[in-house]
Each structure stands twice: as C-alpha cells, then as structure tokens.
Write a protein that binds this ligand. Structure first.
Ligand code: HPA
Length: 272
C-alpha cells in the first residue's frame, strides 16, 4: 500500500508542487463546489497510478487542486463507491494520497435518504457519528503501522470543534443545519422500507452508500473530518415514497448552493 501511495504522489508531484491542506470529497449531485475553487491544476484519475475510475455517470473523475476561500485544497470530483465493485482499499486510496500530499482535514459530502421524521428534502445535516453496515472495513487485513494504528479510536471521528464551527458559520449565513447519525449500507439498490425502519431503530438519522470508508481511513491516518449530508429523499416507512437516482440528483443539485456556501465559509474560518 505504501509503495502504491508513493507512486501516486510521485506522479502528482511530477505535475504540480501545490500543497493542499484540506481534502474535499464531493457526493452525488454535489460536484458544483469545485466551481468555487480557484483552480491551479486538475488531474484526471486515469492519469494517477492506482486510482480507480468513477463509473457513476454523475461523477466526473478528477482531482482539482487550488484555492478555496484562501486555503489550499484538493477536491475529488467524483468518488468511488463500494457498490461499483471496488475494494475498500480502492475506495479509500485517494484519502491516503490526500494525506501524503499534506492534507490534515477531510471534508466529505454525500446525498442521503432521511429516516429521521423531523427531516425534510434538501436539509443539510452535519454528521456527528456513523454506523457502518457496509460488509467490509477498509482497515481489514495486515496493518501498515506507518500509515496508522491497528485499532484506531473512533472517538471524535467527526471533529466536535469543527462541527461547532460549522454550526456557527451556518447560523451567520442563514443556512439551516441539522445534526445526526449517518448509516451506510452497501447498495446499489435503495433500501427496503423494513430496512429504513431498522436504520431508524438502531439510531440512524440518514442512510446512504458512501462516506464511512473514507472517514475510517482519514481517522486511521490522523486527519480530522467534517462530514456533511444532504437529505435528497425521505425514507419514512409509514409514509412510503418512491426514490430513484434521478430524484436524488435533482434534489442534490437543488440543495447544492447551501452546501457550497457552508463549505466555503467553514474553509475560510478554519485554522489549519
Ligand atoms: N438510500 C436512500 N435514499 C438515498 C440514498 C440511500 O442510500 N442515497 C441518497 N438517497
């Protein structure tokens, strides 16, 4: 793994000496944030050794390096999902590369379904904790101690101080935010209504198919994390509604400006 990371970093370093401090992963329908980045260089995934290629239509696969609100960032436009058939190591490889490039913070967004009955379409939720129902963990297997500890602590997985900062910034800019627990299931089918009920009963507020692997690896490598979910559809078992990828994309696109503003302002305010 270390050799693969070094090869990817070497290839990127052959193209740019830009030193990002913040890594950003944009979820389904949420890629517009990159337009706010004053771009230095963008590198297609296919030009980076060991990077997988995004197979979901709505994701364009490239790394974008540049300044966002005065800070040096690298954004992944398009992420890898477990349901695409990638291994957990492939899904999380870009996070390892971000860390090696110098990132100390990961900001990760996703589109998700709301199971908390107080949630609405288009809500922005700051992730406070997660429940991993994916059938694998990116840290399974031999641990490379040079990358992180065998048994990483998930205390403060979603950094409390950064959540407080995000809440403060949201209030200042009139962006309503919820807080809650993100549950990941493998997909690619959306969950059944019995599964939505289960997600709610075990303590989830939203459900999606991503984010947790990247967060686990970011924490393993010592990066801080801010996770933001956009509620694109409501998954209330007592009031069943149909969902489709098109509905998710449309709702994510509509809610995007709030996410963009929030991330821009958090990045501006954060000390890193
Ligand atoms: N489940 C339900 N609704 C969703 C999901 C999901 O995984 N992702 C986006 N909306």
């Amino acid at each position: 793994m270390r050799v693969m990371i070094e090869e990817a970093v070497k290839s990127i370093r052959g193209k740019t000496s830009f030193e990002p401090k913040i890594g950003i992963i944009l979820g389904t329908g949420l890629g517009q944030l990159v337009k706010s980045i004053d771009e230095e260089i963008s590198i297609p995934y296919k030009e980076i050794p060991h990077f997988a290629e995004s197979t979901v239509e709505s994701h364009t696969g490239k790394l974008i390096f540049g300044k966002l609100s005065g800070k040096s960032v690298v954004a992944m436009q398009g992420r890898f999902h477990y349901y695409e058939g990638y291994s957990m190591q492939e899904v999380t490889f870009p996070v390892r590369v971000m860390k090696s490039l110098g990132c100390d913070l990961l900001i990760v967004s996703n589109a998700c379904g709301g199971v908390n009955p107080l949630f609405n379409h288009g809500d922005v939720m700051l992730i406070c904790d997660h429940i991993n129902l994916l059938p694998d963990n990116p840290l399974r297997g031999k641990n490379d101690d040079s990358l992180g500890p065998r048994f990483p602590d998930m205390y403060n997985a979603y950094d409390k101080e950064i959540i407080e900062l995000a809440e403060r910034v949201a209030l200042q800019h009139g962006i309503g935010v919820k807080k809650g627990v993100y549950v990941a299931m493998s997909g690619p089918c959306f969950e059944t209504f019995a599964e939505y009920r289960m997600v709610r009963n075990i303590g989830g507020d939203v459900v999606g198919m991503s984010t947790i692997p990247e967060v686990i690896v970011a924490r393993h490598s010592g990066m801080k994390v801010l996770g933001i979910s956009i509620v694109t559809d409501l998954c209330f078992p007592d009031k069943p509604q149909a969902v489709s990828h098109a509905i998710v994309i449309k709702a994510a696109n509509e809610a995007e400006p709030k996410l963009t503003k929030l991330v821009e302002e958090v990045v501006r305010e954060i000390e890193i």
